[in-house]
Write a protein that binds this ligand. Structure first.
Ligand SMILES: C[S@@+](CC[C@H](N)C(=O)[O-])C[C@H]1O[C@@H](n2cnc3c(N)ncnc32)[C@H](O)[C@@H]1O
Length: 175
């Protein structure tokens, strides 16, 4: 694992192969994933590798409270027992205990997010309704995007800001 530097104030909680990143080695980002996989681990996509900076479980991160200004969270979204498909190789899969994983993971990410920090979550409702994951956040998202509509299956990005309770109480937006 790489050493963590003070100026790394962005956390990708589960970076996988970093497909979504313009810069896959941005100096201000900690790329984390529970897996580390060498090139060739997916037979028909020989160039794909999973090389995070750290291998922490996003349910149990060794960072102090409020450590990050920005967190991106793109967890596995497919429930699948087979580990051999290209899709599962790239993106991982969930088992039947996914509700506990999301509950613990979101609580932990909220803990390490700074006040007024931003958390972006990407989620696809192919197997799990959006409500099933959104219920674990202490606050509503500010807004969402919706793209890739096909047969009612959607990938959405949700944007959260960790607004301290004192700031929201008077406006009645805390859940
Ligand atoms: C949908 S993929 C991320 C794809 C990534 N955003 C990209 O751009 O390529 C989800 C990743 O979450 C990782 N993951 C699953 N459970 C995890 C956990 N408990 N802690 C950290 N990473 C986890 C998987 O290994 C997988 O690589």
């Amino acid at each position: 694992m790489k050493d963590i530097k003070q100026n790394q104030y962005v956390l990708d909680a589960c970076c996988g192969a970093k497909f979504m990143w313009f810069n896959k080695n941005h100096p201000n980002v900690i790329y984390n994933d529970i897996r580390e996989m060498e090139k060739g681990f997916i037979k028909n996509r020989q160039n794909i590798e999973i090389k995070p900076d750290t291998n922490y479980d996003f349910c149990n991160l060794p960072f102090p409270d409020k450590r990050f200004k920005l967190i991106t969270f793109d967890p596995p979204q497919v429930i699948c027992k087979s580990k051999t498909s290209t899709l599962i190789g790239c993106y991982g899969s969930l088992d039947k205990d996914y509700d506990v994983l999301f509950q613990k993971g979101i609580k932990e990410l909220w803990r390490v997010l700074d006040d007024f920090g931003i958390l972006f979550m990407k989620f696809n409702n192919v197997h799990i309704n959006f409500e099933e994951i959104l219920k674990h956040f202490p606050q509503q998202p500010l807004f969402q995007t919706s793209t890739n509509r096909s047969k009612n299956v959607l990938t959405r990005w949700f944007c959260f800001m960790k607004i301290p309770i004192a700031e929201t109480e008077t406006q009645g937006v805390q859940k």
